[in-house]
Design a binder for this molecule. Structure first.
Ligand SMILES: [Zn+2]
Ligand SMILES: [Zn+2]
Length: 272
């Protein structure tokens, strides 16, 4: 007897599902961050389905890495991310998503190309990042380099901005390793411990660290020189957190940082 093969989740889709499950788990315990965590869980599920579609049809291999050439394959991604944001997003984002739905198909592809070619700052264009993320992550798992500009301090694979940092245990002599997480393709890459990833300031006296008692494993790693900061999560005691998801639990710290005049290098999923 032949047993039909079950629909197998693609590697990228599995990653998105892991993040969605973590966001749901955290939402149950974090009253103050329930909204962004629930929204993130749903967004991860939408992105996971997009990634599954991209990989199923072509194992990611027929994607070129050039957004212009792959754009027609992203029609589903554009539609489903905009629909989710319009229906479930916080008011400001939902409005933007509805405006973009009305503009379809005239301007949506253009905006994606602009975001892809530029710095993709989510503070200005959260939706493009959300649409492009499953595409970029599928490219990474398929080993297809995207045609984006690479600069120091950016993701070595796709050139994306780091939106979160993590400290993990390394060999005893080295102390904790510092890793940056890419906001576009999800790659984690090692980075010098005492250097600002935005302007490369390395004077420790110009790199203040802020912490908050309710979130002892979270740090705001700021830079006096460029007034930017990276948020980082200590994973040396507990390896379960997924930095970009656990980030949302302490989003009040980002609101505080903004009040103090600091700008996050790249906003997290809560949009701050
Ligand atoms: Zn990347
Ligand atoms: Zn700096």
């Amino acid at each position: 007897m032949k047993i039909p093969a079950a629909a197998k989740s693609s590697k990228t889709a599995t990653e998105f599902e892991r993040r969605a499950a973590r966001a749901e788990l955290l939402a149950r315990g974090a009253a103050a961050a329930q909204e962004p965590l629930r929204f993130a869980a749903g967004l991860y599920r939408v992105q996971g389905r997009v990634a599954q579609g991209l990989e199923e049809a072509h194992s990611g291999q027929s994607l070129s890495g050039s957004l212009e050439m792959d754009l027609d394959r992203l029609a589903g991604a554009i539609g489903s991310v905009l629909r989710y944001a319009a229906e479930e997003g916080p008011e400001g984002l939902a409005e933007q998503a509805r405006a973009r739905q009305e503009d379809l198909p005239a301007t949506a592809p253009t905006r994606l190309l602009v975001a892809w070619a530029g710095d993709l700052p989510a503070a200005e264009d959260y939706l493009s990042r959300a649409i492009l993320r499953p595409y970029a992550e599928t490219l990474r798992h398929a080993g297809k380099a995207p045609d984006r500009v690479h600069r120091q301090g950016r993701c070595p694979f796709c050139g994306g901005l780091p939106w979160i940092g993590a400290r993990r245990d390394a060999a005893e002599m080295e102390g904790a390793r510092r890793l940056l997480g890419c906001s576009l393709c999800g790659l984690e890459w090692p980075f010098q411990r005492i250097v600002c990833p935005a302007c490369f300031e390395d004077d420790p006296y110009k790199l203040p660290i802020f912490q908050s008692a309710p979130h002892p494993t979270v740090r705001i790693e700021a830079c006096e020189t460029c007034r930017r900061y990276l948020k980082s999560i200590d994973l040396s005691e507990d390896a379960r957190p997924i930095p970009e998801v656990d980030d949302l639990v302490s989003w009040s710290m980002d609101l505080w940082a903004a009040e103090q005049g600091w700008t996050r290098i790249e906003p997290g999923l809560a949009g701050v």
